[in-house]
Design a protein around this ligand. Structure first.
Ligand code: B12
Length: 307
């Protein structure tokens, strides 16, 4: 696989001018296109990184660099290649969170949005894990191992984002609905909101409806985010949302965003919601971030929605 000097610079965590200098000095092997652009083999970049001790993340995935870099390039175009999906599944199964975190950082430095990584790459990985489990090819322990490794990655991302944020009053209350143990989707939304500069009141898994309300009241938060997977029935999701909507929205008005694999089926029952205008269902994290973009810096989520 051949890389440009800019791509090489990103992988080596350095400036393009340094790459050009190393090429000119013959320290980094490169060829030149007819148009005069430098092309550097990924294997040479990895070799250089090892010798010079540069490119921390590249070194962490050095053995699988081809899979990672070609997979990241495809993700930039919105595609998930099978080799990177299988590699991430294997790393999660091996509890190699460090490599997955390095892959995330590499993808981020190539401008793959975090929401895209979650929806496409991690979504695909977990779907294939879920299918294997349903077919009996994956044990419960293996499924837990994968989820816990992924949570390690997500908590790491959360901690690094928290370090860059000055805490403010939370504007978003987030958790999984009552009875819902699948928590990775909610953690993903937490990191995305934090990345967007929001302080999130995160309640984790299996949260009773009244507790979402309690925290909404405490912080006068304009948004409650609920995560629910296919393991919850659509009727149960709608009932949980209705319990939350019971509170009159005038005191401290708020909306409810429902996401997770259960959201699509629950959306079909939207007519059963007591205040459908205050609820929005999301199929993906990317869609949510797109919807939320205008309110990310802003006065009020509710104001934004009513415009
Ligand atoms: C890991 C896993 C588990 C782990 C969860 C560990 C954990 N700490 O989270 C454990 C082992 C505990 C588990 C338990 C169970 N599971 Co399970 N599990 C999964 C698996 C493999 C992955 C789930 C996951 O994390 N998905 C990844 C997230 C990223 O996807 P997502 O939820 O759709 O979220 C994305 C978007 O929807 C969005 N999003 C998510 N939340 C929100 C919120 C908002 C506000 C917004 C805007 C967006 C948003 O962002 C995410 C990024 O793309 C799925 C397989 C699958 N296909 O999903 C099965 C799966 C969901 N589980 C299933 C089942 C059946 C169960 C159990 C009932 C098994 C059992 N008999 O005990 C229990 C139920 C537990 C409970 N009460 O909740 C079934 C559900 C199918 C069904 N119709 O019932 C699935 C589909 C597996 C299968 N193929 O059969 N499970």
């Amino acid at each position: 696989m051949l890389l440009s000097s800019r791509q090489t610079a990103i992988l080596l965590d350095t400036h393009e001018s340094s790459v050009k200098r190393w090429c000119n000095a013959g320290e980094l092997t490169c060829s030149t296109t007819e148009g005069g652009h430098r092309r550097i083999a990924l294997s040479d970049v990895v070799g250089f990184a090892k010798v010079q001790g540069v490119g921390r993340d590249l070194l962490l995935v050095a053995e699988e660099a081809e899979t990672v870099v070609s997979g990241v390039m495809a993700l930039r175009r919105g595609r998930v290649l099978a080799p990177i999906r299988d590699q991430v599944a294997q790393w999660l199964l091996d509890a190699s969170s460090v490599q997955v975190t390095a892959l995330f950082r590499i993808a981020r430095s190539f401008e793959v949005p975090l929401s895209g990584l979650y929806d496409r790459l991690i979504g695909d990985v977990l779907r294939s894990v879920g299918d294997s489990w349903a077919q009996g090819a994956f044990s419960v322990g293996e499924e837990h191992r994968v989820s816990e490794s992924l949570l390690d990655v997500l908590y790491g991302i959360q901690a690094s984002l928290d370090a860059q944020l000055s805490p403010r009053t939370p504007r978003v209350i987030l958790g999984t609905m009552r009875g819902e143990e699948h928590v990775t989707g909610a953690m993903m939304i937490r990191t995305l909101l934090t990345e967007a500069g929001q302080t999130v009141c995160y309640l984790g898994r299996d949260v009773p409806s009244e507790d979402f309300l309690m925290f909404q009241r405490k912080h006068a938060a304009p948004l409650i985010c609920l995560s629910a997977t296919l393991s919850r029935s659509p009727e149960d999701i709608v009932e949980a949302v209705n319990q939350i909507l019971e509170r009159p929205s005038t005191e401290a008005p708020f909306r409810v965003a429902v996401g997770g694999s259960g959201a699509a089926a629950a959306r079909m029952l939207k007519g059963r919601l007591s205040h459908p205008d205050r609820v929005r269902f999301f199929d993906s994290a990317s869609e949510f971030i797109l919807w939320g973009e205008p309110f990310i810096q802003p006065q009020s989520l509710v104001e934004h929605e009513s415009h």
